[in-house]
Design a binder for this molecule. Structure first.
Ligand SMILES: [Zn+2]
Length: 284
């Protein structure tokens, strides 16, 4: 199994979640390989853990760790003209397979972001992002209800693979999402007209990870619909935990074991979501 979303991190006021913790937990959960996402945005409640830090961990665990790089879209001069190519290629040469988690609290389709994301596409590095509902108050790329800015970005960067994540992304699987509910973990039936599904159908460069409470809520708020979603978008979904705290629960691990054992999803679907989709888009 491949987990496409983990961190090594220290949250303000919390005991650090270290390399040792992460490697041990992944082993216990039976996850053979895992992406470690650097944290570089100053808006996040986590201390900096950059690409170079991730690469050091990768060197110590080259068969387990899949390193991502990360660059804030405002880095290098806060300009939509910044040339990131030499840095991206250096990270790629060092083993990085993607860029993210993008947590900068700027508009998703701002020229700064489009500039960075297009260059990621050119370098062959998929971009994993976190969406927030507004400017201020938290971290994450800003988008509005129904994700028009994500759509604009998918259009403007057709050669870049994007991996969606976060509550403001996953709440959009239901057509009845509102400005009040989109930042949280809406419960209950998924109503028709979800934007995420529409975007999957319209843009072949959109993928999504099922990590964290947001991804798990999306597929379990309406269990029957969740099973349908996994099968329908079996080529776009990626297993992940967002493991980053000591003692954090990871119900998605048992969920996938259970639905495979009970034959709710086929072995092929299970394998794609928990392994081969990641192998394909991260070129492992
Ligand atoms: Zn994360």
């Amino acid at each position: 199994m491949i987990d496409v979303h983990t961190h090594i991190m220290t949250m303000w006021g919390e005991k650090p979640f270290t390399e040792k913790h992460l490697v041990k937990r992944m082993g216990e959960l039976g996850i053979d390989r895992f992406v470690i996402l650097p944290i570089v945005a100053q808006e996040s409640p986590y201390f900096y853990f950059g690409t170079e830090d991730v690469l050091k961990v990768y060197k110590r665990h080259p068969r387990k760790v899949i390193p991502f790089c990360n660059i804030d879209p405002r880095a290098g001069g806060n300009s939509p003209e910044t040339d990131f190519s030499s840095l991206l290629n250096r990270y790629k040469k060092a083993g990085c397979k993607g860029l993210g988690e993008v947590m900068a609290n700027v508009y998703f389709d701002s020229p700064l972001c489009i500039n960075l994301f297009r260059q990621c596409g050119k370098a062959g590095l998929p971009v994993l992002f976190h969406i927030h509902t507004r400017v201020g108050g938290s971290y994450g790329l800003v988008d509005d209800l129904h994700l028009p800015r994500l759509e604009n970005t998918l259009k403007k960067c057709p050669d870049t693979i994007f991996i969606g994540h976060s509550a403001a992304f996953w709440s959009e699987i239901s057509g009845d999402v509102t400005d009040e509910t989109r930042g949280g973990y809406p419960k209950g039936p998924v109503s028709p007209g979800g934007r995420v599904q529409k975007l999957f159908k319209s843009y072949p460069n959109l993928y999504a990870d099922l990590s964290a409470s947001s991804g798990y809520n999306a597929i379990t708020r309406d269990r029957q619909y969740g099973y349908k979603l996994l099968t329908e978008f079996q080529d776009r979904l990626l297993f992940g935990t967002d493991l980053c705290h000591i003692g954090q629960e990871t119900p998605i691990v048992d969920y996938f074991k259970d639905i495979l054992e009970r034959g709710i999803i086929s072995e092929t679907v299970h394998r794609k979501i928990t392994q081969t989709n990641a192998e394909k888009i991260l070129k492992l």
